[in-house]
Design a protein around this ligand. Structure first.
Ligand SMILES: [Zn+2]
Length: 125
């Protein structure tokens, strides 16, 4: 019998690569992929060493706080779309590692972008 997996709304909201929860019906560890929300973050480091990211920070420095806010807003919208469109998936070990890595990568990027945006905001008179 296939379980369609169910989480409380709060857990369902946070379920993603780094945040895996147990299904309330079957107890299996489940998570949700967020390919659309991860997309803009992956584009930021598409060259893998962050030159594009640094160039953007440099070019947009004057309006970095606004650019950061806009970027987070877009990511949040994409995250909400993923919530609607992506099913809860049962974790298998290989995918878990991969998904967690990508999730952690995005979390680190979130912190870096947040610091850059905040730094630029505080820097300006
Ligand atoms: Zn289940």
């Amino acid at each position: 019998m296939m379980c369609k997996h169910q989480l409380s709304s709060l857990k369902s909201f946070f379920a993603s690569g780094p945040f895996i929860f147990a299904c309330e019906k079957c107890g299996a560890k489940v998570y949700r992929e967020h390919p659309k929300a991860a997309l803009p973050w992956n584009v930021l480091v598409i060259d893998r060493i962050g030159i594009l990211f640094l160039a953007l920070v440099f070019l947009l420095f004057e309006s970095l706080p606004i650019a950061t806010a806009a970027f987070f807003f877009i990511s949040f919208l994409l995250y909400l779309i993923d919530l609607k469109t992506e099913p809860l998936k049962c974790v298998n070990l290989k995918e878990e590692r991969k998904s967690q890595n990508q999730g952690m990568f995005v979390l680190v990027m979130v912190v870096v972008v947040l610091i850059a945006g905040l730094g630029a905001y505080l820097w300006q008179p």
